[in-house]
Write a protein that binds this ligand. Sequence first.
Ligand code: ATP
Ligand code: MG
Length: 568
Amino acid sequence: MAAEPAADAGRDFIREIIQADLDAKRHATVVTRFPPEPNGYLHIGHAKSICLNFGVAQEFGGRCHLRFDDTNPVKEEQEFIDAIKADVHWLGFDWGAHLYHASDYFERLYEWAEHLIRSGKAYVDDTPVEEMRAMRGTLTEPGRNSPYRDRPVAENLDLFRRMRAGEFPNGARVLRAKIDMAAGNMNLRDPVLYRILHAAHPRTGTAWCIYPTYDFAHGQSDAIEGITHSLCTLEFEDHRPLYDWLIENLPVPAHPRQYEFARLNIEYTVLSKRFLTDLVQKGRVKGWDDPRMPTLAGMRRRGIPAAAIREFVRRVGMARANSVVELAMFEHPVREHLNKTAPRRMAVLRPLKVVIDNYPEGKVEEVELLNNPEDPAAGTRRVPFRREIYVERDDFMEDPPKKFFRLAPGREVRLRGAYYVTCREVVKNSTGEVVELRCTYDPATRGGGSPDGRKVQGTLHWVTEADSVAAEIRVYNTLFTRPDPGAGGDFFADLNPASLEVLGGCRVEPALAAAAVGETVQFERQGYFCADPDSRPERLVFNRTIGLRDSWAKAQAGPKVQAGPKKG
Ligand code: ATP
Ligand code: MG
């Protein structure tokens, strides 16, 4: 289960309701469920629902079920079921023995459908789909009754049984609840309970060719499992009267209640499974776990720690009204967490060669560097130093402004943990591009301080030419160019063409050759990075998890797109 202590969770309206129910002894214990439809990967929005459902169960000493809402075999796949389980575990939660599927209840749901038919509260409708839609009316006009609405019970039972037996093609008939075609709430205008779908189901195979709708399966599954509080997002508020109607009109073993909370929305991010599926299927990203995706799999691959996601969700809280959360609010706990936990390393993203002329050829020394200044227990490491090194290309300017405290002709800087060096000569190629710097070092400054007390303003990260390892670094920016993607009508038009920038020819310190996939480190002065599953010993690959500073806020002031790595 998640690491946060219960006391930290704070009180929101849902926790107030649960507390009041327990105090009044309406329930002996709280039972919640997280009910994903296995038609895609989980995203950060689902994390909110997971943290809420598993979180309250944990805090109040109850339990939370993982239930696959697998009622639409056309879109559901085993791959998604496996991915969802892995993601819930990664996020820090466990359903224990309580793994369920709506499909476990198909037989019972079917019996309950017959129960409704027998009590005159459901009927088989032969009206073609288009016509049925037109007859539903609008928000301002009532719907019209189907000519099949008053079919006798025996005929309904016979037709429903034949639907189950596979006598009719897809779409030929549906089972509808008989409620009220003039109801103000459209969901009560004789909603569809069962449709014909000749499709194999990942779990029940070809046993069924009729499948219950979400509305018919959901509340009844809650009742079967003894769910006390069925927590869902606001778009289901209008379904609640139907949820309650079905519970009241069926011989269910319990009476769960539905409560709605606000969906999570984040700037520059789309949290719709349908659109995310589109991105994957059209090849606009490299897959569900592409680090630019807002999926938990993508975030994990990118190096975002699960604890930072839990903390983000906790800070967002449970509101009753939908809103859009600033991207900075997501990034803040990520940086906060990584600053405390990520080991520091040196990596040069755009290398510029430096030769230290007065340093003996062939000599190697080891300098000792702190693994994490925020965490003394993280210890130190030894990094080789030599005559030929690389520094960051934009840590040098030939003709710098006064406030540029890095390398420039005649200027002295500190190489992190090593020596002071002074730039003596700039070597260019035939096209005038700077290809090398010739420097001298002061042997008395070993470790990065000077006995004569002279100060240098800049400290640069570096790697040696001989010991460093080649790497590809993938720098990610927001997937969309605008905070409200799709507002202009087309999500695809708002995709950020610069969402992925691949830097080849990077050089990283030798310790990084052993970096484990998924373990995030800080590249000094650059940001947080983690080894990608594509990484190989001969060609390391790192993802940028997040920049060091709030480059997002800065980019807001300037161009619309999140900026690249920032220098300190
Ligand atoms: P879609 O994205 O296509 O609307 P969905 O995300 O609702 O689908 P489900 O698998 O039904 O897909 O979601 C499982 C649970 O997660 C539901 O209870 C749903 O309310 C919740 N959930 C989904 N998106 C969000 C979100 N953005 N914020 C909070 N909870 C969410
Ligand atoms: Mg849904």
